[in-house]
Design a protein around this ligand. Structure first.
Ligand code: PFF
Length: 486
């Protein structure tokens, strides 16, 4: 069967690495990682997070990139082609559809948080954050959100910037944007870490992130770590698969994946090293929750030398990080409309953008006019977050590894991944046994259906993975050959 010719390719080897790192590095790293690390108690959480990145994040990312490159297209089309090459069931395309939808739904609430970052860059400059207590800054944040025009205006600005970049195409839009934004972001982050090092309580921040307390390892924290690993690496949401479909043949998927995962983790840890020393130097609590960077941090900056300057730099960095992630969330949809229905990228971006604006409007209004509308106990914004991170991403992750590990003929993935035998065996072991078992456990635990804490029973889980692997590798070939022989 002839392979599909790619319509779009990255201009350079760095194209994918920068774009995928841009997708991965976002509010998840700079806003969410520090505050959940704060909530779950520092070093122990960081360790679980690293374990999830290695055991699940990396194998799933390799799988997505390989599927994207093999099928050359949006998640639905790429998976459709790969499954067709394998003479498999076209229903697998639904996994691509769900991923694409997840990316789109994430964007609908992500523009609101990204809008906060853009607004705070401005507010840092114009003096509206010159309050003298965290409470007063909480009030500023509350007032910002209570005003639908203000909140909505900034969110719409983010949405329009995102659509504009995506409409311009893979090379001229996305690659061009990330080529200057990503180095800029790295530079800003290093300057901020240097600032925290010289002006903050660096030792206290460092200890908080890296000192380990075994009692903090709990199923709850593992759940958060796994969910975050998916989110921060942009997995099961169409972004990485679609970007992967633009990688030229011959570029190493494994090396590329490790580079992106390393860069993403480094940014999360460095963001922690930029934020916590400043929080501690001002005697604030590291576990301030989602308001950590919007309430505690602005106050901390104000109390420090050149704080305004560095505060502006900080929020500008968050804004750039958010924008490069936002473009990846809608690329899958635009690519799909463009390929499948022959609509130009501009029209596709406009159409998708219209739907985006309508749905994200409901997310914006969740903070003011629709705050009282809480079907099922949470507002619309929280619903989007809940559905994507608790259901769609873990389910998408499970189906992706099942597809790659079981449903496809071995040589398809082996060709794409092009690994030495031991590396391939390791990847296969991860996607066949470790990822499905762990994701399922954590998923059931999240729904409250597991009935026990997966951490407390970790040896059972490790045993189950081992037993399954032995059974699967020894028995399955016999069962399959027995069936085929007949
Ligand atoms: N990885 C992004 C972050 O950490 O902020 C979030 C994200 C981007 C999720 C793209 C999903 C996605 F498709």
């Amino acid at each position: 069967m002839t392979r599909e010719k790619p319509k779009n390719l990255w201009l350079s080897r760095w194209g994918f690495i920068l774009a995928a790192t841009g997708s991965a590095v976002g509010l998840g790293n700079i806003w969410k990682f520090p505050y959940i690390t704060g909530e779950y108690g520092g070093g122990a959480f960081v360790l679980m997070y690293l374990a999830c990145i290695l055991a699940i994040g990396i194998p799933v990312m390799m799988t997505e990139i390989a599927l994207g490159r093999r099928g050359r297209g949006s998640p639905i089309d790429a998976i459709g082609r790969v499954v067709k090459e394998n003479n498999g069931n076209p229903l697998w395309k639904a996994v691509g559809g769900m991923a694409m939808l997840a990316g789109f739904m994430i964007l609908c609430f992500y523009v609101v948080v990204a809008g906060w970052a853009f607004a705070y860059t401005w507010k840092m400059l114009d003096g509206s954050l010159a309050a003298t207590s965290v409470d007063a800054l909480g009030q500023v944040f509350g007032e910002h959100n209570a005003n639908p025009w203000q909140l909505g205006g900034w969110s719409v600005l983010v949405a329009l910037l995102t659509l504009w970049i995506v409409a311009k195409g893979v090379q001229q839009g996305i690659e061009r944007a990330v080529r200057w934004m990503m180095p800029g972001l790295a530079l800003m982050l290093l300057v901020l870490v240097g600032y925290a090092f010289t002006s903050g309580s660096f030792g206290a921040g460092f200890d908080f992130l890296f000192s380990f307390d075994a009692s903090k390892i709990t199923g709850e924290a593992l759940l958060a770590a796994l969910g975050h690993a998916f989110f921060t690496l942009s997995l099961a949401s169409g972004a990485i698969l679609t970007y992967g479909s633009y990688i030229p043949d011959g570029q190493s998927i494994t090396r590329t994946t490790f580079m992106v995962a390393f860069a993403d983790t480094a940014v999360a840890l460095l963001a922690g090293l930029a934020i916590f020393p400043i929080i501690f130097a001002n005697g604030m609590s590291p576990s301030a929750g989602p308001g950590l960077i919007f309430m505690s941090l602005p106050l901390a900056f104000q109390q420090m030398p050149f704080g305004t300057l560095f505060g502006v730099l900080f929020f500008a960095m968050v804004s750039i990080a958010a924008l490069t992630s936002a473009i990846s969330m809608i690329e899958a949809t635009v690519a799909y409309l463009n390929e499948k229905h022959g609509i130009s990228r501009l029209k596709a971006a406009m159409g998708a953008g219209a739907v985006l604006l309508i749905i994200s409007l409901l997310a914006m209004l969740s903070f003011n006019l629709l705050a009282g509308w809480t079907p099922g106990g949470q507002n619309f914004f929280d619903w989007l977050d809940y559905l994507t991170s608790r259901w769609m991403m873990p389910l998408g992750g499970i189906f992706l590894v099942l597809l790659a590990g079981y449903a496809l003929r071995g040589e398809i993935m082996r060709d794409e991944l092009n690994l030495p035998p031991l590396g391939y065996a390791l990847w296969l072991f991860m996607v066949r046994y470790v990822c499905p078992v762990l994701i399922t456990m954590v998923f059931l635990h999240a729904l409250g259906w597991l009935g026990f804490d997966p951490i407390a029973k970790w040896y059972w889980i490790a045993g189950a993975i081992g037993a399954l692997a032995v059974l699967g590798e020894v028995l399955r070939p016999r069962v399959v050959s027995a069936l085929v022989d007949r």
